[in-house]
Design a protein around this ligand. Structure first.
Ligand SMILES: [Zn+2]
Length: 182
C-alpha cells in the first residue's frame, strides 16, 4: 500500500498497541469520575500546534479517581461549538471545572468568518443559504478578550451546572507558556 497519512497513522497505531493496557470500563469509570469532583473539561483549538494534552501535562493513561481531563477541541476552542459535548459530559463526568484555552496566532484571527464563507461558496455555491448567516467564531480582538467572551457565555449556559469553576487561559505558541486570563 502506498504511504499516505492514513496508512502512516495506522502504522503508528501498531506501535501504540504494543504498550497499551486496557482502559477501565465506562460503567466503572464514569461513577467514580462523577464522585471525585475532579472532572475537568478543557476547551481548546484544533490547531496541531496546540497539543493541550502535552501543554497541560495530562497523563496518557486514565484511571478512576484522579484528574482525567476531558478535551474538547474545535476551530479556535470556541464555546459555541462545544455545548453539545459539555451537555453529554454533565451526565458522564459531572465536571467541577471548565477551562477555556485560546492561543496566540490562532487561525480564527487570520481566517475570519468572511474568509470561511468565501471558501464555502467555492465548495458549495448552490448551498450558500446553509452558511451565509452562520458565525464561525472569528477572533477579531485580543485573545484575552475572546477567552473572556467564551467564559461569559459558559457562565450563563444552561449546559453548565451551577457552581462549576470556570477558568480562562491563553497559550502562547512562541513561549509555550499558559497564562490565566480570568
Ligand atoms: Zn487556533
Amino acid at each position: 500500500m502506498a504511504s499516505n497519512p492514513v496508512t502512516e497513522m495506522l502504522s503508528r497505531n501498531s506501535n501504540f498497541v504494543k504498550n497499551h493496557k486496557p482502559s477501565p470500563r465506562m460503567q466503572d469509570f464514569a461513577p467514580i469520575n462523577r464522585a471525585s469532583g475532579k472532572g475537568v473539561i478543557v476547551i481548546s483549538c484544533s490547531d496541531p500546534r496546540v497539543p493541550c494534552e502535552k501543554i497541560l501535562g495530562f497523563d496518557d493513561e486514565v484511571s478512576p479517581g484522579k484528574i482525567n481531563p476531558i478535551v474538547i477541541r474545535n476551530a479556535g476552542g470556541r464555546v459555541s461549538d462545544a455545548v453539545r459535548t459539555i451537555g453529554v459530559m454533565q451526565a458522564i463526568a459531572a465536571p467541577g471545572y471548565i477551562a477555556v484555552m485560546h492561543h496566540t496566532d490562532c487561525g480564527m484571527i487570520h481566517y475570519p468568518d468572511k474568509a470561511v464563507r468565501k471558501t464555502l461558496r467555492e465548495i458549495s455555491a448552490s448551498e450558500k443559504s446553509e452558511f451565509e448567516g452562520m458565525e464561525f467564531g472569528e477572533i477579531n480582538g485580543s485573545i484575552g478578550d475572546s477567552v473572556k467572551e467564551d467564559v461569559a457565555i459558559l457562565s450563563k449556559s444552561p449546559f453548565v451546572r451551577k457552581g462549576t469553576q470556570l477558568v480562562g487561559l491563553e497559550y502562547d505558541v512562541d513561549t509555550g507558556k499558559v497564562r490565566v486570563v480570568e
